[in-house]
Write a protein that binds this ligand. Structure first.
Ligand SMILES: [Fe+2]
Ligand SMILES: [Fe+2]
Length: 344
């Protein structure tokens, strides 16, 4: 290597190392994989024990890069082979370290009611009173003050989680049967537009993105453009719906989503109307104001209540899922408010 050339194994971050893997000779590929494994070990204590923000950003980018590409089929033009054991292991290690940190934060001292009715009431109350709800100053800002471009920025930032929602529900489906399968399938079928392609939630979101000028593939091609808080949000759902041991957390996260989304969307719709969008331009948002209220109720009665009946010992995990999700949403709101309101 000449002095002018840059050694990719030291110049690239984890996501960059993963992307570069497999593009050069096999000797170079092995070096990249070694560098990736070493970087994971270096990054983990920095990101999840010492509170190093740059390290966490790098870790969340890597987690998302792999999650978002690994669910693609190989015929996708965006597909990347992230199934090499070294990549899988580094990804799992980073994810586990993050989970251990969140478990320590949310699990210790969390007490949840263990009867179906008690837990349901607790979940609704915690979600309704959380600071990430519609009372967060972000939502007044979006409804009353944000410019068109600022609404676009917020909508673009929300893509990594939103665009994957149907797939995240689908990831949760295997091995779950009975009434819970029906409720999950009901939610999934709504995501699938009840069988009408143009009404699938993914398509509705892509249509709105096209209408307001958000590139439709940026969530795969421009991972570095997202705030760490938004990557955390997507990664949290990918993590808990891909690992079966974390299914109870995923159930909690989905419950929280369905409970909090409608009110927050109302304010965004107000904002979009103010800057000139018509209802036809934002079917995606309008649709969720209606269906998520039904989903929240169905989820509580047909997924969480039977689980509480059968395995009350799992409810702490469901509770951790709810708390992780709510606090993650709060971090998103704080970041968005900080970024956008300060521009004015
Ligand atoms: Fe949806
Ligand atoms: Fe929903």
């Amino acid at each position: 290597m000449t002095q002018m050339e840059v050694d990719p194994t030291t110049a690239l971050d984890m996501a960059g190392l993963a992307r570069a893997w497999g593009t050069g000779s096999s000797a170079e590929s092995l070096e990249l994989l070694d560098a990736l494994a070493a970087r994971a070990d270096e990054l983990i204590p920095l990101a999840f024990e010492q509170g190093d923000e740059a390290a966490e950003l790098e870790a969340q980018r890597f987690l998302y890069e792999v999650f978002a590409h690994r669910i693609l089929p190989p015929w996708s033009p965006h597909w990347r082979d992230y199934e090499h054991p070294t990549i899988v292991e580094a990804h799992r290690k980073v994810g586990d370290a993050w989970l251990a940190k969140d478990r320590a934060t949310y699990g210790a001292g969390l007490e949840v009611p263990t009867s179906p009715k008690g837990f349901g009431e607790w979940a609704v109350e915690v979600c309704e009173n959380h600071a990430s709800g519609v009372t967060h100053p972000l939502f007044d800002f979006l409804a009353e003050k944000a410019t068109y471009d600022q609404l676009v920025t917020f909508q673009a930032q929300e893509t990594p989680f939103d665009i994957h929602f149907g797939d995240l529900v689908a990831l949760l489906l295997p091995g779950i049967h009975g009434g819970r399968k029906i409720e999950l399938s009901h939610n999934f079928w709504d995501e699938m537009g009840n069988g009408t392609l143009e009404r699938t939630h993914r398509q509705l979101r892509l249509d709105m993105m096209t209408r307001v000028g958000i590139p439709g593939e940026a969530y795969l091609t421009d991972v570095d453009s997202y705030w760490v808080e938004e990557l955390r949000m997507a990664n949290m759902y990918f993590q808990t719906s891909s690992l079966r041991s974390l299914a109870p957390q995923s159930v909690g996260m989905l419950q929280a989503t369905e409970l909090v989304v409608p009110g927050r969307l109302d304010r965004q719709i107000e904002g979009w109307r103010r800057v000139g969008l018509t209802d036809k331009d934002m079917v995606y948002l309008l649709e969720h104001v209606v269906v998520d209220v039904e989903h929240a109720e169905g989820w509580l009665n047909h997924v969480i209540a039977p689980l509480a009946e059968e395995r009350p010992d799992m409810l702490l995990e469901v509770g951790i899922g709810i708390m992780r999700r709510l606090d993650c949403a709060l971090a998103v709101c704080d970041r968005a408010h900080r970024e956008l309101a300060s521009e004015q």
